[in-house]
Write a protein of this length. Sequence first.
Length: 318
Amino acid sequence: MYKIAIIEEIHKDGLRLFKDNPKYSYELINDVSPENLIKKLPNFDGCTLRVSKLNSNILKHCKKLKVISRHGVGYDNVDLDYIKQNNINLLITAKANAVAVAEHVMALVLSISKAIKIYDKEVRVGNFKKNAKSINTLELFNKEILIAGFGRIGKSLIKRCLNFDMKVKVFDPYQNKEIIEQHGGVKINNFNEGLKSCDILSLHMPLNEKTKDLMNYKTISLMKKNSILINTARGGIVNEFDLDKALKENIIFGAGLDVFQNEPILNDSPLLKNDKVVLSPHSATFTNECTSRMSVETVKNVIDFFEKKIDKEMIVKL
């Protein structure tokens, strides 16, 4: 019997796969302190992982551990060098979250462009139409969006943008021109030139040395005055202090963030007092449907790994 640690709770639909399979037992670990993980994890053959960190100090105690199944697509919370050196496999839920994240991007774009947060406040304080005409709002029709990163989420997003009659450019050095054109987009090779022409920028790339602080004061300043920046990818890709400065100086129209450099966002972050940014708590995948799909895919990945039938798309190549 394979013993699996469920590090942080996941949807019951995924756990049901373990309950229905006599080859597996599982234990939920909600205390994710390093001390408790060092104590508990050495007993398990595999684990699921949400946002808790698994560094070498924890993993060096886990001699039985063969696989880590991420509840999501990012893996900057795992020590990649260590698991590569010690033949621990890393799996992701490559298929489950694309729709939810793409819809969340559209929700942020619409909220910002239509000033929903401001209009709502005006109505609640009794102003109704008093200031309505002085509030700037934008249409999405015929606007240009730059999708930076064209994996499953980018491909899901482009469908929604085209249905709003938007023009779509895509920056992704790893996707060929034909694939992007088949989906209705135009491939660009120069990111900065794309920033200059786009009305909306949506980021869908991993956080690494190349993408850290990719959107800083200098690059944000390349964008149009009425443009919108959206980040549902990883905190750290956008320099939050530079974004706050750019918004206060009216360099861009607005921004929407679902991810942050520090999570939870720090209490002294200037973005918390900036009305030109719409914030959500890394919750783009928190729909009822998506949490179910992600839990099922997370657990299925573990089972498929041990049954030697894992989909190659789910394996992170280290």
